[in-house]
Write a protein that binds this ligand. Structure first.
Ligand code: FHN
Length: 481
């Protein structure tokens, strides 16, 4: 290489270093100066009011999907729909008009909202989310703004009112599910590509506002709205409207809780705005999945909604494949609460208004467990302790109590307990035997073993750890090898 070549090479590398440096600096600067959004999140961090504190403490909830789709139960002419049964209207084999006139057969002769609410109460759920209108657009309340409602079915009863009243009477808080996407309304658009689309969608937005206002005015006990069907471009292009509407609904109904599925910002971002802040009172993206670690929830409130079969929210005549056992459901509940979230289990009542026997059984078994162990689920939060293989820690909010919800007993019966920094375990005992202290065998770093009494552990169980502040942490003693 000549001296000139060497000089050019050095110049080139200097240039690329300078370019990389300036890109880095401008990147850092723009990261420090978030975009100013007009319709982004209006709060950073969790809500601190009493309504949200109640929501946070629920632990376990129930979801109910019920509507015209239940009549089909995922079946059309002997074929089973290979997808969620409540989507059957969109099945290519569904003849035009068949679904939309099926409501004329919706007559749930055995529907008894009080029985539903009592089953939920016995199961131990503390809130319910009920489908007032799913994607098919059929309203389970007699809405003034469309004819496609329960009032025009042979049922005629205001189902939403009955559910709201019955659950409220049992002390279970009610949240109303509402699909923005509405396959029945001619003004609904997936996207806004023409002037005509925009004009129709303006009408649709007004219709939506009126229906939501109607729901909140007719069912004032409602604690929150659970939105769905907000993923299409038409809604994403309506960021300003979603923002104004959310604020309007909250003014109408102070304390109202709305998750992150509702809003879009002015750039069409959903859930999280262009600056990375959650839009909504809690993260609503955990559908049929649970975060693995606390870091995954980004400091937000959240809940997980889960089906009993693998997929399918509305009634399915046949549950194909695996469906969850009560112990799996309890484990998911424990996992969610241990990561600071609520767990919500879905039920899909039959067209006659009764639940399938599997659902009744799960509600009963889960309730029996919750009756004994609910202290580890209600008003509990992330404990901040290192997860161990035996199960999940939950911490009672504002108390010095940590619960171990044990699902896997090792053959040694030794359960490792490793508290968070500056926390010591004062006392350990089984939730069912508070008078009998379990001894803690100290390990040579800041952990202990609890040796379980010899017994057959057939069900998940709870150990209470009374804690106190203190204890300097030492690093795990590693042998020098
Ligand atoms: O498409 C719906 C589905 O049918 C069901 O209602 C679930 C419940 O979370 N939400 C939608 C998919 O995200």
């Amino acid at each position: 290489m000549t001296g000139i070549d060497q000089y050019k090479k050095n110049k080139r590398s200097l240039k690329s270093i300078l370019l990389a440096g300036s890109l880095l600096i401008s990147g850092l600067l723009s990261a420090q100066q978030p975009k100013v959004l007009q319709h982004g999140a209006h709060r950073v961090g969790k809500r601190t009011d009493v309504e949200m504190a109640t929501w946070r403490g629920y632990g376990m909830g129930q979801f109910i999907h019920w509507g015209v789709y239940s009549l089909f139960g995922g079946e059309l002419n002997g074929n089973y729909y290979n997808g969620a049964a409540e989507w059957i209207r969109s099945w290519k084999d569904m003849p035009n008009g068949v679904y939309d006139s099926a409501y004329k057969q919706f007559n749930p002769s055995s529907f008894d909202a009080t029985q539903w609410a009592k089953m939920a109460k016995q199961m131990g759920v503390r809130y319910v989310t009920f489908t007032t209108k799913h994607h098919d657009g059929f309203c389970l309340w007699p809405s003034k703004y469309t004819d496609y409602t329960i009032a025009n079915s042979p049922c005629k009863k205001d189902i939403v009112k009955q559910v709201v009243d019955a659950y409220t009477k049992e002390g279970i808080d009610v949240y109303l599910y509402f699909s923005i996407m509405d396959w029945h309304n001619p003004d609904w658009r997936y996207d806004l590509k023409t002037k005509e689309d925009s004009v129709a969608f303006e009408r649709f937005k007004l219709f939506t506002k009126k229906q939501l206002t109607e729901l909140l005015q007719q069912y004032p006990q409602t604690k929150g709205l659970w939105f769905d069907g907000t993923w299409d471009n038409s809604w994403k292009k309506s960021g300003a409207f979603t923002d104004t509407l959310e604020q309007y609904l909250k003014t109408l109904h102070p304390g109202l809780i709305i998750g992150s599925r509702f809003r879009a910002d002015e750039f069409g971002n959903r859930h999280v705005d262009a600056t990375g802040v959650l839009m909504g009172d809690y993260e609503q993206g955990w559908e049929r999945k649970i975060p693995k670690t606390y870091a995954d929830v980004h400091g937000n409130d959240w809940d997980c909604v889960m089906t009993i079969p693998e997929n399918g929210w509305g009634y399915q005549k046949k549950w194909l494949g695996h469906w969850k056992t009560t112990n799996e459901i309890l484990e998911m509940t424990a996992q969610c609460v241990s990561l600071g979230g609520n767990f919500v289990l879905n039920f899909g009542p039959k067209p006659d208004g009764t639940f399938r026997p599997e659902e009744v059984e799960i509600a009963k078994e889960a309730g029996e467990w919750m009756k004994i162990n609910n202290a580890a689920i209600y008003n509990c939060e992330y404990a901040g302790w290192e997860k161990q293989d035996w199960g999940y820690y939950t911490k009672k909010t504002n108390e010095n109590k940590v619960y171990m919800i044990v699902f896997n007993v090792p053959v040694s019966r030794s359960l490792k307990v490793k508290p968070s920094k500056n926390t010591l375990v004062d006392k350990a005992y089984l939730l069912t035997a508070p008078g009998k202290t379990l001894s803690l065998e100290k390990l040579d770093y800041d952990a202990s073993f609890i040796q379980l009494p010899s017994a057959q552990y057939k069900q998940p169980f709870v150990i209470v750890l009374e804690t106190k502040e203190g204890g300097e942490k030492s690093d795990e003693q590693k042998a020098k090898t």
